[in-house]
Design a protein around this ligand. Structure first.
Ligand code: MG
Length: 332
């Protein structure tokens, strides 16, 4: 590892994984942490527990702001373990000179999103640092959720599962990039930032046989699939032409050479569902506002150990790797 921290250590991809395993996992090593799930499962499988910090820039962008993102981010990680978000903490680090009106707007966004999840903030902390010590506002949220469906795990995926993506991908990453660079070409483009618990709740109510769920945040769908292939010791094969990508995201990817599969999402998740329930899962997803474009994108095989294969529309195959480097720091 390098002698100092680089921006790529926070990319949600290869370097980030290395930092986490060689520094944090090494020091904190325990059975729960090593499961590497979206949220820790504690109290004999009854509760999910997760934390996340938000440093996004700009703090207000098409589709959301840092407040909405901070509630969605933590609640979504709980939802990905089949847990109903219940209690959150909210810690805020503010820069001297930050506008009170903007702070109120951000806190109101948090309130609205908490209501969607049926969760409440029960504890918090506020720090103010001198101008220049932090850029505007950083927020940390930690959440506890009640597990409604036990046994969802990224370590249990088998060849009996089908891979589904819940909506068209890459919108959050593309939106942040466009708003940061002042690119105006995509007036319809906005972040997919949304709470996922209402969708997961419907899947559970319809008795869908869920193996694993993961929101495709930093590192995008590529990172999720590679984590799953490693954790469950399987090969995941994706059909490139089946992956839903909107024209605006395609445009930004073509312009800047990004891969949509590696762009961040904040309201889009990947599902591993037992084959016999795949159609039923799609019906449920298509009935929800934020997963109307859900599609089956691939299958699970044993062709290669712990790898992800992308089958192109032209019949060629290549490995889809965990993203490396850092395209977009402060994406979330
Ligand atoms: Mg997550």
């Amino acid at each position: 590892m390098s002698k100092t921290i680089t921006l790529s250590h926070g990319n949600g991809g290869e370097e980030n994984n290395e930092l986490i395993s060689k520094v944090f996992y090494k020091a904190f090593k325990n059975e729960i942490l090593e499961k590497s799930e979206d949220a820790a499962v504690i109290q004999n499988g009854t509760l999910a527990f997760s934390t996340d910090s938000f440093t996004v820039s700009p703090i207000i962008f098409p589709g959301a702001d840092i407040g909405k993102l901070a509630v969605c981010g933590t609640c979504n990680d709980l939802a990905m373990m089949g847990a109903k978000p219940k209690y959150l903490t909210c810690s805020v680090i503010l820069e001297e000179g930050f506008e009170m009106r903007t702070l109120e707007r951000i806190v109101n966004s948090m309130k609205k999103e908490l209501e969607i999840n049926g969760a409440v903030v029960v504890s918090g902390d506020t720090k103010v640092v001198p101008k220049g010590s932090v850029d505007k506002i950083f927020i940390n949220t930690t959440g506890i959720g009640e597990i409604q469906k036990a046994g969802i795990s990224s370590n249990n995926i088998t060849t009996e599962d089908i891979i589904i993506v819940s909506n068209s991908i890459g919108k959050h990453g593309a939106t942040i990039f466009a708003s940061r660079e002042g690119i105006e070409l995509s007036s319809n483009l906005k972040s997919d930032c949304a709470s996922l618990w209402p969708i997961v709740e419907k899947l559970i109510q319809n008795d869908i046989n869920i193996t694993a769920l993961r929101d495709a945040t930093r590192g995008g769908v590529s990172a999720v699939l590679n984590e799953w292939a490693k954790q469950s010791d399987v090969c995941i094969e994706i059909e490139e032409k089946e992956v839903p990508i909107c024209d605006e995201v395609n445009g930004i990817c073509e312009l800047l050479g990004f891969e949509a599969l590696s762009l961040a999402n904040e309201g889009t998740f990947v599902l591993a569902i037992k084959q016999e329930d795949a159609q039923k899962a799609l019906e449920v997803l298509h009935g929800c506002e934020n997963s109307k474009e859900a599609k089956i994108i691939g299958k699970v095989t044993q062709q290669y150990e712990k790898r992800v294969i992308l089958n192109s529309a032209w019949g060629t195959k290549r490995f889809l790797e965990t993203p490396t480097g850092e395209l977009l720091p402060r994406i979330c």
